[in-house]
Every structure is written in structure tokens, then in C-alpha cells.
Design a protein around this ligand. Structure first.
Ligand SMILES: Cc1cc2nc3c(=O)[nH]c(=O)nc-3n(C[C@H](O)[C@H](O)[C@H](O)COP(=O)(O)O)c2cc1C
Length: 214
């Protein structure tokens, strides 16, 4: 069965997952596309203008690509947990001349509305979300603009929320995945379920068509 991704010309099982903070350069995204896969620009931690600039750079290479955003999660940061984490990573940070203990808590929405406005006024082929499911209206507007909407989920419950909100594709992340977890409930460490088992649980929970890149 053709998946929504094969319909976009993605015929190699290579998705260059978004990595906010610098690693997902336009060059990496273009390289993934040239290998017949799909790369994602990481919109997280960027202003809308900075994201627009990166979009323009990949567009000028004439390849398909996606854009990932951090969806706002209204859970407030626990100051004690923040300080504990800062203390734990301080020795490593110091080796890079960064004093994390001097960094304060930042509660913001990562320029959410501006970036959604950008992606609605100048749509891209694929938009993915992590950390939370956006409002149904946001997903519906993106889909109406012709964008395929991908949602990262880490449990069957999150998969159900994403499917109910109208996501086209689920990116199912198990606890063994590299980097941080995309869980919607960061106060709970996700259960250590192997990816094949988690996929089976998600398939039982939601009826979104199985997306297989062959
Ligand atoms: C440095 C770094 C930054 C990341 N930033 C994002 C991000 O912005 N959005 C996202 O959905 N996932 C992010 N991730 C998670 C990755 O996209 C990917 O899902 C994760 O690394 C699991 O894949 P792997 O096991 O192949 O590493 C990041 C991972 C790393 C290592």
C-alpha cells in the first residue's frame, strides 16, 4: 500500500529526524532528500524569521522536506527538578565553558503562533509536532493548506489524542530512541517498551493507516 510519504516521492526508508539546537542544517535536510528520503528542519528554539530563512535555503535546492515544531505543552517547569538537572549536567557543561547554574527558567511558547502563521502563509509539504498535540484548528488549517501533518507520540494514549486531533501520520518513539523523549507528560518517565511492542499497541489503539516506507 502506498504510504502518505511515498506519495511525496519519499521512496527510501531514510527520515532525517529533526534535531533542534543546530544539527539539522539545511544541508543535512537536502542530503536526506537527495538520498530519496525526507529531511526535517528543526523549528524548535528558532524565531519565525530564522525558520523562514532555513526554509528558503532548502527550497532553493528544489527538494521535498518537512518542518518540525515544538507544540506548546502547558505543563509548568518544576523549579526544583530544573535545579536538580542543572546541577547534574553542570560538570559536563563546564567543559564547554557554559555555566548552566546561571541559566534561569524560561517559560515561553517558542514563538508558536508566528511559526504557525509562517507555515500557513507559505506552506511546506510536511509539518511535524512534538511534545504535545496542537489544537484541532491548527492541524485542520495546515491540512487545508495541503500540508501532511505528522505527530510524534510515545504511547497508545498519545497516539489516540493525535489521531482524534486529525494527524495524518504518527512518528512512534520508543524509550530506546536517541536524544530526549517527545512525551507529552515529562513528569513521568516513559515505560521501557521495545519499539515493535509499542507499535503493536499503537496499531490497536488507532486506526490510522499503517505507514510503511519500502
Ligand atoms: C540533539 C537532538 C535534538 C533533537 N531535537 C528534536 C526536535 O527538535 N524535534 C523532535 O521531534 N525530535 C528531536 N530530537 C529527537 C530526534 O528527532 C529523534 O527522534 C531521536 O533522536 C530518535 O532517533 P534515533 O534513535 O535515531 O536517534 C532530537 C534529538 C537530538 C539527539
Amino acid at each position: 500500500m502506498a504510504s502518505p510519504l511515498t506519495a511525496l516521492g519519499v521512496d527510501a526508508p531514510i527520515l532525517a529526524a529533526p534535531m533542534a539546537g543546530g544539527p539539522s542544517t539545511p544541508a543535512l535536510v537536502t542530503a536526506a532528500a537527495r538520498a530519496n528520503g525526507l529531511g526535517f528542519l528543526a523549528g524548535g528554539y528558532r524565531t519565525a524569521d530564522a525558520l523562514a530563512e532555513q526554509i528558503a535555503r532548502v527550497r532553493s535546492d528544489g527538494v521535498s522536506f518537512g518542518v518540525d515544531l515544538f507544540a506548546p505543552n502547558p505543563l509548568p517547569i518544576d523549579p526544583e527538578a530544573f535545579r536538580r538537572y542543572a546541577r547534574a549536567i553542570a560538570p559536563e557543561a563546564q567543559t564547554h565553558d557554559v555555566d548552566v547554574q546561571a541559566v534561569g527558567i524560561v517559560e515561553d511558547d517558542d514563538h508558536w503562533s508566528e511559526k504557525i502563521d509562517l507555515l500557513l502563509s507559505d506552506p511546506v509539504l510536511v509539518v511535524s509536532f512534538t511534545f504535545a498535540v496542537p489544537d484541532v484548528a491548527v492541524i485542520a488549517s495546515l491540512r487545508a493548506a495541503g500540508t501532511l501533518v505528522v505527530q510524534t507520540v510515545t504511547s497508545p494514549e498519545e497516539a489516540r489524542l493525535a489521531a482524534e486531533a486529525g494527524a495524518d501520520v504518527l512518528a512512534v518513539q520508543a524509550s530506546a530512541a536517541g536524544g530526549h523523549s517527545g512525551t507529552f507528560t515529562p513528569q513521568r518517565i516513559p515505560a521501557a517498551i521495545p519499539l515493535p511492542d509499542l507499535l503493536a499497541q499503537v496499531r490497536q489503539e488507532v486506526s490510522l493507516r499503517r505507514c510503511q516506507v519500502e
